[in-house]
Every structure is written in structure tokens, then in C-alpha cells.
Write a protein that binds this ligand. Structure first.
Ligand code: TRP
Length: 465
């Protein structure tokens, strides 16, 4: 039992608990969570919509100054708690002499992760559908109408969406059900190197076949006249999403982190890798878009309409198109398994075996996912909160996304920063994060106390109106 005097461990581990087998295993798992549809789908299209380079710079600053400190705090709370986020937060609040209501932060995260996976899985399913399109040559030589029709046809067909959503959820349940080491760690050790290899291969393809200089120019030449306030806030919001921080998912991963690992340093590695993947994805996509005279600002359709059009016109397009959507699938799977983990861990805390927990949670999440499936077709006209002007024309899927991305992530991130910065004693904070008594420690605490909560509050209020 280690209810230690220093308060580093809030809860003594009664039963032996699985741990990541090494620092590298944790880095891969956390990077796997961070790198997802957000990096490969969303980052390129919001960069395209916001004019490129200047937006990228602001995004990098948001990651470094606000995202990473909060991520570090979240992982640290998980490691101190050593249980599911809900139980960890309750125990930590007790040990740190704070209100038991701090557990609500983890409850909110729990609900948010549940809802997030329900729609993430549907979009993850699109990558499966597109692997099959690309591999069967559906893009080859096709014109814009045909390609647009493919995407419209997919969204319009509830059975097809349900099929791919089901396959995706099944993969998640199998991996998570097999356990932290035998399931998640094994899958991640295979998938993450594969992801990097695929990504480099695709960047190589873009160098050879695309207009690479224009792609580089677009991503890195900063023209601040193209950046709006809106763009800055989008960048900050995305910093949270892409680092998977704010809804206690990384807290669950942190609960398996060996004590000797230095959190501050590890989190920087994760941030660098996550950013690298987003930038490389941009370098794989934009040169192809420009070489084919297409528009970078196409929005969400950038990956599913613009890019297939480019692949359809290029030598080797069928092969590299297939590889591209496979890459998207790998990225999505390693993120999805992190979203179900807090739920499964919570069930484990209550004595439900992991396999049964993964299956049960997976089924419920799958069922909720059907609302997202229907939002694209039969329920496209169903706007449950349409009587509030802010939510006019929003489908259930839009509302789920709003709930998670605009409410839960920023609120949770702010709460985590406040807990670490204001509730925890300064010495304990430094020690838990692995920071010395130097400047870094003070700076970190300052950011958590003032800068992060203020920045998040601004985005939050802005996104609300
Ligand atoms: N970061 C992932 C992405 O970019 C998504 C993700 C995984 C996530 N786990 C999360 C987002 C937890 C928020 C919270 O696609």
C-alpha cells in the first residue's frame, strides 16, 4: 500500500495493475490517441480554409503554450490517481483536501468520450468505405460529379454507413477487450510505426507527383492578412482536440504510466510527434491538390472529394489513394481505442471484467452512433434544438460534435488546469510533473494558473455565441 506522505499516489494499488511496459510504449499509445482524424482530415482542411501559413504558426503556439501544459497536468492526475478518471478525481480531491465535486470533471469527460466515440466511429467508417473505393479504382479518371456522387451516395445510405461503423467499432472492442498490454500495446506497437511509414511514403509520392513547392509555400509562408480572429480561435480549439486533452481520456492512459517516467518531457515528445504528423499530412495532401488545379479551401470535403479527384488523375493514384485511406484508418483506430478506455476502466473499477466491459460499452456506443448515421440521411431534417437560434439547422450529429468539441473539451481542460495550478501544492505539482525547482517549474505553474484558463475561457465564450 502506498498512500504516500508526499501525496504522489492518491490511492494505494490493492490489486496489481497493468502498466505500459516502457516510456516508449506510453509515448506510442498517447501519440496514437493524439494522432487521428484531427490531424489527417481536420488539420489540413481548417488550414486550407484559414489561408495556410499564418494559421499554422498560431496553431503551433497554441499547442506549445496552452495544449501541452494541460496535457501534462491531465496525464499527471491520472498517474497520481491510478484508477479510472472518475475514481481518481474523487480520491485526489480527498487527498488534496478539495471538494468531492471535482469528480464531476471526470463524469463530464466520461459522457463526452462516450458521445465522441459514437460519431468518431462513423467517420472512421468512411475511411473503410474509401479504402474499398480507392482499391477498386472508383476514382480513376472520374470527374468531379462522379466523385462528389460517391461521397453523397455514402452519406445518403444508412445501411452502408452502419456497416462500416459496425466494422470500425468491432475492431476497437477487440483491441481494447484484449487488455492494456496484450491488446492496446500490441496493436499500437504495430500500427504506429506503420502509420509513420505510410505517411512518409505518401509525402514521397507528393514530392514526385505533386506540386511540392506550392504545397510547402502554402503551409509555411505566413501571410497574416489572411488570418481572422475566427482562425485564431479555431486554432486554439483544435489544439485541444488534436492532443486529446480535456475529457480525461489521457488521464486514463496516464493511470498506467510507470512512476519513473518524467511527464513534462514525455508530453513534449508527444506534442512534437502529433504536430509532425499534422504537418506531414499537409505535405502529402496540398501538393496533390495544387498539381491538379484544385481548391485547398474545400472544407470537410477536402479529403473525401478533392483528394480522390486528384488521385483519379495521377499515375499510381489507385495504389496511393488506397494507402492514403488506410493511413486514415490506422490513425482513427488508435484514437478510438483511447476514447473507450475511460469507460472500460470505470467498469473494471466496479468489478466488470475487461472483455465484458469493452463489449457492453462498445454496444451502447455503437447504438448511439446510429443517431449520427441517420443524421446524414433520414434524420437530416431533424433539428432537435432548432427552436434556439444558435442551433438552427443543426442535426443530432452537429449537436454531439458541439457538445464535445465546444463545451466538454474546453471546460474540462480549464478545470484540469485549475486543479493542477490552484488546488495542488506547488512542490507537489513540480514533483509529480518531474520539473525541478528552476524556472521551468514556475513557468509551468504560471501557465496552468492563469494563461490556460484565460485562453480557454475566451475560446469557450466565443464558441458559445
Ligand atoms: N486527438 C484525436 C484526433 O486528432 C481525437 C481524440 C482522441 C480525442 N481522443 C480524444 C479528442 C480525446 C478529444 C479527446 O483525431
Amino acid at each position: 500500500m502506498s498512500r504516500t506522505g508526499t501525496g504522489l499516489d492518491a490511492v494505494g494499488a490493492a490489486a496489481p495493475r497493468p502498466q505500459w511496459s516502457s516510456r516508449l510504449a506510453f509515448i506510442l499509445a498517447a501519440t496514437g490517441s493524439a494522432v487521428g482524424l484531427g490531424n489527417i482530415w481536420k488539420f489540413p482542411y481548417i488550414t486550407g480554409e484559414n489561408g495556410g501559413g499564418a494559421f499554422v504558426l498560431v496553431y503551433l503556439a497554441c499547442i506549445a503554450v496552452i495544449g501541452l501544459p494541460i496535457l501534462a497536468a491531465e496525464v499527471m492526475l491520472g498517474r497520481r490517481g491510478r484508477h479510472s478518471p472518475i475514481r481518481s478525481m474523487a480520491e485526489l480531491a480527498r487527498v488534496d483536501g478539495a471538494s468531492p465535486r471535482w469528480a464531476w470533471v471526470a463524469w463530464m469527460g466520461f459522457v463526452a468520450a462516450f458521445v465522441l466515440l459514437s460519431f468518431y466511429s462513423v467517420v472512421g467508417g468512411w475511411s473503410l468505405a474509401y479504402i474499398s473505393h480507392a482499391a477498386t479504382g472508383a476514382f480513376t479518371g472520374a470527374d468531379a460529379d462522379t466523385i462528389g456522387g460517391l461521397f453523397g451516395g455514402l452519406l445518403g445510405s444508412a445501411p452502408t454507413l452502419t456497416l462500416w461503423h459496425s466494422v470500425f467499432m468491432l475492431m476497437v472492442v477487440v483491441i481494447v477487450g484484449a487488455g492494456v498490454n496484450a491488446g492496446m500495446e500490441r496493436a499500437i506497437n504495430l500500427l504506429m510505426p506503420l502509420l509513420f511509414v505510410l505517411l512518409l511514403l505518401l509525402v514521397g509520392y507528393a514530392v514526385v507527383e505533386g506540386d511540392f513547392t506550392r504545397g510547402v509555400d502554402f503551409l509555411f509562408a505566413a501571410d497574416f492578412s489572411k488570418l481572422s480572429t475566427d482562425g485564431v480561435l479555431t486554432a486554439l480549439g483544435h489544439a485541444f482536440f488534436t492532443l486529446s486533452t480535456g475529457i480525461c481520456v489521457m488521464m486514463a492512459y496516464g493511470s498506467f504510466l510507470p512512476r519513473e517516467v518524467n511527464i513534462a518531457r514525455t508530453v513534449v515528445t508527444i506534442g512534437v510527434l502529433d504536430t509532425l504528423v499534422a504537418l506531414l499530412a499537409g505535405l502529402a495532401i496540398f501538393p496533390l491538390v495544387f498539381a491538379n488545379g484544385l481548391e485547398p479551401g474545400a472544407g470537410p470535403g477536402l479529403l473525401f472529394v478533392t483528394l480522390p479527384l486528384a488521385f483519379g488523375q495521377m499515375t499510381g493514384g489507385a495504389l496511393f489513394g488506397t494507402l492514403f485511406f488506410f493511413l486514415l484508418l490506422v490513425a482513427a483506430i488508435t484514437s478510438a481505442i483511447s476514447m473507450i478506455e475511460p469507460v472500460v476502466e470505470w467498469l473494471e473499477d466496479r468489478g466488470v471484467p475487461r472483455k465484458a466491459g469493452a463489449l457492453g460499452a462498445g454496444l451502447l456506443i455503437w447504438a448511439l452512433g446510429l443517431c449520427t448515421v441517420l443524421s446524414f440521411n433520414h434524420w437530416a431534417g431533424f433539428h432537435p434544438l432548432g427552436f434556439i437560434s444558435r442551433f438552427e439547422g443543426k442535426t443530432l450529429f452537429d449537436l454531439f460534435d458541439f457538445l464535445v468539441s465546444n463545451l466538454a473539451l474546453p471546460l474540462g481542460g480549464m478545470a484540469i488546469a485549475i486543479y493542477a495550478g490552484w488546488i495542488m501544492k506547488p512542490e507537489l505539482l513540480r514533483e509529480s510533473l518531474g520539473l525541478g525547482d528552476g524556472l521551468a517549474g514556475s513557468l509551468f505553474r504560471f501557465v496552468l494558473r492563469f494563461l490556460s484558463p484565460a485562453a480557454v475561457l475566451i475560446v469557450f465564450l466565443y464558441n458559445l455565441v
